[in-house]
Design a binder for this molecule. Sequence first.
Ligand code: MN
Length: 532
Amino acid sequence: MRRIRIFDTTLRDGEQAAGGALTFDEKIEIARQLERLGVDCIEAGFPATSPGDFRAVETVCEIVRDCQVAALSDAKLPNIETTARALMKAVAPRLHTVLSTSDIHLNYQLRISRDQALEMAVAAVKLGRSLLPEVEFSAMDAARSDRDYLCRVFEATIAAGATVINIPDSVGYMQPAEFADLVRYVMNRVPNIGNAAVSVHCHNDLGLATALSLAAVKEGVEWVECTINGVGERAGNAALEEIVMGLKTRADFFDCETGVKTDQIWRTSRMVASYMGFPVQLNKSVVGGNAFAHASGLHQDGMLKDRITYEIMTPASIGRTDSRIVISKHSGRNAFRDRLKALGYTLNDDEFMRAFKAFKEIADKKKDVTDGDVEAVVADQVLVAPETYRLERVQVSCGEPSIPTATISLMLPSGELVQDAATGSGPVEAACNAIGRLVKLPVKLVEFTVHSATAGTDAVGEVSIKVESPDEGTFVGRGASTDIIVASARAYVNAINKVVAAQHDRAAGRGRRASPSTPISMNEPEAAPAHA
Ligand code: MN
């Protein structure tokens, strides 16, 4: 079977999704999980855009050992140098440089001629190769480019040393048969194509990103670029789980395999959904809550007789098991530590103790503690921003008729305990208002999501709150508890702590934003100079 290589860009294109902000720690944790998942390359960011991105890429390079790490750069030579510097510590670095090839982009965005663009692409690849052994060249908007010009650019960039060439449908415009034809054209017409691996990168604007990617695989491409849950710019990228499970389930059709450990898919999907604050739709292929739920009587009848009647893949194949462990205050730490290990977490002593304490509190309140609960606890207790403000006490009164009122106690960085009360249209708003009165930070709550980590009325509720700070951008705070008002207050304080951490990072020159007055649009790199 032919080996297809998976290039995951959750941390780069995925993070470009509107409102999808990840903190430094969340990026690192996701990179670790992607390595565990077995992808072949992790695109970790766009280092030239901000000191925060640079630092995240550099750190991912330090910790990831088992796969390539890529970083994106436009074709400006100083940015290529910055990007190569960010990649220096990777075991297997890949510099990914991108320049548009469509007349639409050249004429209306970059305002340069085809010849100038070709020259810039060649210069970028040459410089990249003088710094690193692996350089990928992406022809942005390849799908809407003149085919012969596109082939000339690929030929020239391969001659300049590109080891991978990427054919993106950057705007999600293609139809599968048409894209297959484009891929075939490039593979047949570029004379030195044998000297580079071929990759595709598809977007989901018309709901076809996976179909386009798989059509390209059928034409012989080796690399597919994708993201977990299909997160990304606009309607998103091709979804990793769909591509991988498509190739696996239909190995008879594709005769291809990937190196992905599919039993890590479910966990990776939930991690990305929770950290980015983008819940997965219930009917999403492969990773949706209902993806394996058989509801009609006819289907259930078939399933009971033989699962093959209506099940083309099993929940277990993506790691979706209902594994239950029961732990109480009488059970020891070892069982908990073993379970964390099996789930792939490595916590330091301090983190472990915090998670264990929270875990016992939950074990006191509910009978069966599942893996979902354990993960909610770890996300809540371990992946927290430095705790500038600590929630000490939440007390609410609500009902019908009554005025929802919340009293909140917070521990300030100085060690001083402060408290205040506020009302709201409901207990959650009252709690958030009371926290707001104590913290006095100009943040706006833009989204509030509750979801139960597990089934049952005693389920742990996971609350995710998205806040917007005018200076620092968007942050997702999370909280977990069997009491959703407590979970909400925790989530709000967590989001506020992230904003405070970002203020400190920016003051120290390592923020994810260059400066509040110049927001970075990674979607549309600013026009390149006519000659670099
Ligand atoms: Mn893209």
